[in-house]
Design a protein around this ligand. Structure first.
Ligand code: CO
Length: 131
C-alpha cells in the first residue's frame, strides 16, 4: 500500500548553486552531497516536515538525470512514494501490467524501485521501503 510521498526528485544542472538557492532564498539547509545511482548522480536532501526534496545533479555524461536535463531541462524528475513492502507492491503492480525499471535495490532511504512513466500517466514513480 502507498502511504505517503517520501520525496520529490528535482533535477538540477549545478548542485552547489541549487543548494545555495535553497539556503539563501528559502532558508532551507541541505545535506552534504553524496554520489548515488551507481556513480551517475550527486544527491543532496532538503528535509521538510512532511516531505523531502532530493536535489539531483548528473555526474558525467551518462545516466538518467543527464538525459532528463537534456530533454526537459531542470525540474521535478520523479515522485517517490513510501510503501510497507516493496516486493509485494512491485509484484502486485506487475500483475496489473505496470512496468518496473529493474528490481528493488538499496538507495538513499531504503530499498527502492522505479516504475516506467509510460505506465503511470507520465510520472517517473519511485517506490521506497524505508529501513
Ligand atoms: Co528518489
Amino acid at each position: 500500500m502507498i502511504k505517503a510521498i517520501s520525496h520529490l526528485g528535482v533535477a538540477v544542472k549545478n548542485l552547489k548553486e541549487a543548494r545555495e538557492f535553497y539556503r539563501s532564498v528559502f532558508g532551507l539547509e541541505s545535506s552534504e552531497p553524496i554520489i548515488g545511482g551507481g556513480g551517475t548522480v550527486r544527491v543532496s536532501m532538503v528535509e521538510l516536515e512532511n516531505v523531502t526534496v532530493e536535489l539531483l545533479e548528473p555526474v558525467g555524461s551518462a545516466g538518467p538525470i543527464n538525459k532528463f536535463l537534456e530533454k526537459r531541462g531542470e525540474g521535478i524528475q520523479h515522485v517517490c512514494y513510501e510503501v510497507d513492502d516493496i516486493n509485494a507492491e512491485i509484484g502486485s503492480l506487475k500483475a496489473k501490467g505496470i512496468e518496473a525499471l529493474g528490481e528493488p535495490a538499496p538507495g538513499a532511504e531504503g530499498l527502492s524501485a522505479f516504475l516506467h512513466p509510460k505506465g503511470t500517466h507520465g510520472v517517473l514513480v519511485e517506490l521506497v521501503q524505508k529501513e
